[in-house]
Write a protein that binds this ligand. Sequence first.
Ligand SMILES: [Zn+2]
Length: 328
Amino acid sequence: MGIKIHSNESTKKLIKALIAKNREPHSIVITGERGQGKKALAGYIAASLLCEKQSGEPCGECKSCRMIDAGVHPDFIRLSANENGNYKVDVIREAVSDAVIKPNESRFKVYLIPDLDRSVNTSTQVQNILLKLIEEPPEHCVIILTARTKEIFLETVLSRVLCLNTVFCSDDEVREYLSNINADGEYTDEQIDNAVRFSCGNIGRSVEFLEDEAVGKAVEIAKGCADAVCKGSEYDFLKAVFSADGKKALFRRVIELLREAVRDACVLRLGLDATIGCMPDESARLSQKLSIDTCRQIYEQLGDYIVRVDSNANLVLTMNSFASVFFK
Ligand SMILES: [Zn+2]
């Protein structure tokens, strides 16, 4: 796990200030979209707390920082869920009893419990077990929980933790990150440009774009579909859809992208500057073509189509009827 993170400047300042005043938070909740760097932020905070230089941010050079970077620091303990994302209550109980024991190397012992929202079966139990630790933490203990949204947390937990949210990166920050991982020139400038555009400020998305060819293909198909809608050509639309070639995961991704584009078209129609999708040109053109009500209807219908694909409905039939969402 790296200890350098992008963006999140205000959080970095806050952590630094708290450490400078010896007011280190003992329980932290980090929320943010998938791929937006929740675990990276947790690693950064752990490194800030454990760094030998105690300057409020990781120096990156001391033994502690290097151990965190290599994922081997004995006082940065990351708990794991089972393959379904659920945490076993025994694992959490064990961590709670371990937490009272003094750290091995550093001033603190930091426990990271990532993706608690995925622990559908045991999320509440986990929080109840942790509650005592959150209410009366030992001096040396810090717990960091992450989840996509705050909603999954108990009020009693939320009222006692420092809540942080990961923020979107600028295009330049995403580009800088990608240049670092592309030191050996594996990807072309054009691929990097496209990945930056696709990221919408989410580094995880940009990496997914580069590493998974299907993502680029999905963007191409979704753009073809949006273009056909703008031109009013049902034939071109079907041609684009069927170039997904019966691949379910690819088709699902196309629907998701179109859903984002339609959402953005609606937002643009409302005169708001809050687009999130990776097809800004297509969204702008769709916003000229579709009314707010139509956008809303299409957005909902696209959600239904995702459910249909997930429930293993016949793919060819689903693809065939898909045009009816846009062409009445
Ligand atoms: Zn250090």
